[in-house]
Design a protein. Structure first.
Length: 177
């Protein structure tokens, strides 16, 4: 029992793993009918929401600076292992769609993506993004990796996690995913 006046220790004692995220790309061609496709080979994944803050200080603040958030911008920085079919050598379709969008203009330069906690936790987002595709290069003994930056265009919407409530990637009883 904690000493009198001490806060109760949190019940959440397990640290989440970075690999909990799953990234998917809408490969559908019919508006309103998404075909969510895994972007395979993710080796690093960093989702970001960055606020734009503006000063709103008035005389009433008595010399203290005041700020207000006036805009939000979202992005995803990820590194992927470039995947190819073992027999045909053809690159993965979702990865190719990202590469092609990065070299396009207008509507073809946008992709719809979603990411979520593969264990079913309440952490799932979806949005429209522009793609930056940057091969990492390297020596003859290195694997082909690509840095992909998805820059949001419009809102990053919270969605119901597709893996929640027994979804494909929800944790099964006994701890197996």
């Amino acid at each position: 029992m904690p000493p009198l006046g001490s806060p109760t220790p949190p019940a959440e004692t397990v640290t989440a793993l970075a690999r909990r995220y799953r990234l998917e790309l809408d490969m559908g061609t019919t508006p309103g009918t998404p075909i969510w496709t895994l972007v395979p080979g993710v080796t690093e994944f960093t989702p970001k929401v960055e606020p734009t803050q503006q000063e709103v200080t008035t005389y009433d603040a008595e010399g203290w600076s005041e700020q207000a958030v006036t805009m939000l911008a979202w992005s995803i920085e990820t590194t992927i292992a470039h995947r190819a079919h073992p027999v045909t050598g053809k690159f993965n379709a979702a990865q190719e769609a990202l590469r092609k969008a990065s070299r396009s203009f207008g509507a073809k330069s946008y992709v719809t993506v979603r990411y979520y906690d593969r264990n079913g936790a309440d952490d799932a987002q979806q949005g429209l993004a522009l793609v930056k595709w940057e091969p990492d290069g390297g020596g003859p003994d290195e694997v082909d990796t690509i840095k992909v930056t998805l820059t949001g265009s419009g809102p990053l919407a919270e969605i119901t996690n597709p893996a929640a409530s027994g979804g494909t990637f929800a944790v099964k009883p006994g701890g197996d995913a």
